[in-house]
Design a protein around this ligand. Structure first.
Ligand code: ADP
Ligand code: MG
Length: 700
């Protein structure tokens, strides 16, 4: 290796994608520490967000420290020492800082290594909360010691970044590395060339539909003075003002949202350019008798959605539509109508659902609906195959459908129920079974709006916003386990009136480690408690035929009480069930509880959902309270998102949602919309310009 090439040589030319050990001062050991923070390349180093910033333009004079307030001070160490307590089991190390206005005691409990870090005479900056004024004291402040001859522009007299660290890697080291790297690679921080990333080699777009997006032009049309990407990365670390840091974060988030939108929207455009029209609008000859055979009339909302679907199905490009509607809003019958339209036009339909129980239930409903029309239905699940004697026009199944291909000749329409239980990849696999068939995905988990824009950015969205009339109301109660005997009495009174009940427990089997209820045990117990009523057991680990017969008996009313795990969460529809008791309710997510509750109140009788929970922590109680107070699935989903974060809610791994470094799915809705808009314009007109509507919301 020549000297000019040596990583230790500060003049070595480095590039954005070089490994960090090309930097002076980064050897193998430090590289390992950096890797622990996810930093392997210079680019990753520059894209590491500070945890917070510290305003060192103005240190607070120690004499002005406020009780309880956080502040940064700077002073000289005038004393340092350790005091022991309780027969030397506890120790506190203390330094005293003097800045000429007053003295401040900085204390660290049981951290003996701190003693090595300070000496009398050192100049030290401390940041922390002042929790006593007599004497002025901070416990466990963050500190930095000023070194002699140090470049004051990096660590002092400015707003400095404070990074997340790992043991063995100091704040100042990381900060200096970022500083140096910024100086050396700034010229490489160009505007992203947001070319479309092909999903598969064959998806490589034609040049004509994928011009490189000129983000500078696009952003110039925006009302906000966006920094360039280079400026944003600089300001992320060393902003002149707090507002600059904020805008930098937003610009980098916008880049992420744009890249993501470009990916999903271009996929859709590729689809539209490749697909041949599949006319599936139908001619009404079957749908008329079908609607006449229903014991109810469609709601206005259902009719409206169907009109839109018919337009989609008759169009030149394949439908890509998400139908969202709260639990019980009547999505299944909409799916049936859409299926019939395609079938009338001579095409086949596939319907995929996430559980065997739901597949069985849909199979029963569709069979019942389609038999009078002389249409045959097939069922395909992992453990069960039901083939009609004539060629099926509709195949219903679970993931197992993904393995079938025989019935997908002339596949015109794919319907996915409870889409949130599947990933984008599975959706795509099924769609590829045919030649770009129409796609209708349905979900009852109202995706919070921000997530919807990202997760379903490539879909058109329709909402069923009306419930069928003639439904009872469902009241939700939160109860502690002590009152369970009363709850069972209440359940028995309702059973006596002819109603049915679900009892949901979090687990299949009991565990020794906690007292979370298990269905197997509760099933045995309740058979005694609820005499003379019949109790059934349902969970995912039962053999299919057993699951099916239990559901059948519950549907027919032979089983009065169904003790189940959350397998019944999706889709199960037994209108006579009006009671739901959920044990250890704190174990479930809010959206999941809302889904479970959606199993009752489907008929004309009032329902009661009883959430049993012994959790006395504040958060758990608050979550259950939200559920008791609102029935609006959107509100619940937004609350869930806020409380649990987006990762958990979507099951990020399977949702195909990339991890955003800067983008905040909870608060960046305005920017997600802006990105979506910019990309749409870019792809459709090559003329990126945000619309008025999205300008207003840009940073809301
Ligand atoms: P979800 O939207 O949760 O999938 P379902 O499709 O299972 O809801 O419908 C819930 C119940 O409402 C079913 O029993 C269904 O037959 C009934 N239903 C659907 N549409 C109507 C309507 N327009 N009027 C009355 N009942 C309806
Ligand atoms: Mg459903």
């Amino acid at each position: 290796m020549t000297t000019a090439d040596s990583p230790a040589n500060p003049r070595t030319v480095v590039h954005l994608h070089d490994s960090v050990d090309r930097l002076p001062g980064v050897g193998p050991e430090r590289a390992v520490l950096l890797a622990r923070l996810g930093i392997r390349t210079l680019e990753e180093l520059l894209l590491t967000s500070p945890r917070r910033y510290e305003d060192r333009r103005h240190f607070v004079p120690i004499v002005q420290l406020q009780l309880g307030g956080s502040a940064a001070v700077s002073g000289t160490v005038v004393a340092a020492g350790t005091v022991f307590f309780r027969q030397r089991t506890k120790r506190v190390f203390e330094i005293v800082l003097d800045d000429g206005t007053a003295r401040l005691h900085c204390r660290w409990w049981n951290l003996p290594f701190m003693e090595r870090l300070f000496a009398v005479g050192d100049r030290v900056m401390a940041f922390g909360k002042c929790h006593s004024l007599k004497p002025r004291t901070m416990d466990h402040p963050e500190t930095e010691t000023l070194e002699h001859g140090e470049d004051p522009t990096v660590h002092l007299a400015r707003i400095v970044p404070v990074y997340p660290l790992t043991e063995g890697l100091g704040q100042r080291i990381l900060r200096s590395l970022v500083w140096e790297t910024l100086e050396r690679v700034t010229h490489e921080l160009v505007e992203p060339s947001l070319n479309i990333v092909p999903v598969r080699p064959t998806d490589a777009p034609d040049a004509s539909i994928a011009p490189v997006m000129d983000l500078t032009v696009a952003l110039a049309a925006s009302t906000i003075q966006w920094p360039s990407r280079a400026q944003a990365i600089h300001d992320l670390h060393f902003p002149r003002t707090p507002a600059d840091a904020d805008l930098a974060r937003k610009r980098l988030a916008l880049d992420e949202f744009i890249a993501f939108q470009l990916n999903i929207q271009s996929r859709r455009q590729i689809l539209e350019s490749r697909a041949h029209p599949i006319p599936c609008g139908g001619d009404n000859r079957m749908i008329r008798p079908f609607l006449a055979s229903l014991p109810f009339r469609l709601t206005e909302s259902q009719t409206q959605v169907l009109r839109v679907i018919r337009t989609d199905l008759s169009g030149d490009t394949p439908m890509r539509r998400l139908l969202q509607g709260d639990v019980g809003s009547g999505k299944t019958v909409v799916a049936a109508c859409a299926a019939i339209m395609a079938i009338e036009s001579g095409w086949r339909v596939a319907l995929m659902v996430p559980t065997e129980i739901l597949a069985g239930q849909h199979y029963a409903s569709f069979e019942h609906w389609f038999r009078p029309l002389n249409l045959s239905v097939a069922l395909r699940t992992g453990s069960e195959q039901k083939s009609p004697t004539t060629e099926p026009v509709l195949t219903i199944g679970t993931h197992a459908l993904l393995q079938v291909s025989a019935e997908f000749e002339r596949l015109g329409l794919v319907i996915i129920d409870e889409q949130h239980k599947f990933g984008i990849a599975q959706r795509e696999t099924l769609v590829r079974k045919g030649h770009y068939p129409h796609l209708l995905v349905m979900t009852a988990t109202p995706i919070p709006r921000t997530l919807g824009l990202t997760l379903y950015g490539d879909l058109d969205v329709s909402t069923l916003n009306q419930f069928p009339t003639g439904r009872g109301t469902v009241r939700t109660h939160v109860r502690s386990p002590e009152v369970l005997p009363k709850v069972w009495d209440f359940v028995k009174r309702e059973l006596a009136k002819g109603r049915q009940a679900y009892v949901v427990c979090p687990r299949v089997l009991e565990s020794d480690n906690d007292d979370v209820k298990a269905v197997t045990r509760e099933f045995e117990r309740l058979q005694g408690v609820l005499v003379p009523y019949h109790v059934g057991l349902l969970h995912g680990q039962l053999p299919s035929d057993q699951k099916e017969s239990v559901m059948k008996e519950f549907r027919s009313g032979d089983i009065h009480v169904l003790v189940a795990t959350s397998v019944i969460e999706v889709g199960v529809d037994v209108p006579n069930a009006t009671l739901m008791v959920i044990e250890n309710a704190e174990q479930f997510g809010l959206a999941q509880l809302h889904q479970l509750r959606g199993r009752i109140g489907r008929g004309g009788h009032d329902g009661h959902c009883i959430l049993v929970s012994s959790a006395n922590n504040e958060e758990a109680q608050q979550r259950l309270k939200i559920l008791a107070e609102t029935r609006d699935g959107f509100e619940i989903a937004e609350a869930d998102l806020r409380m649990r974060g987006p990762g958990e809610l979507t099951g990020r791994q399977q949702s195909g949602l990339p991890p955003f470094r800067f983008g905040d799915l909870i608060n960046d809705r305005g920017m997600i919309e802006l990105a979506r808009e910019l990309v749409k314009h870019h792809l459709h007109q090559g003329c990126p310009k945000p619309s008025r509507a999205s300008r207003k919301t840009e940073l809301s």
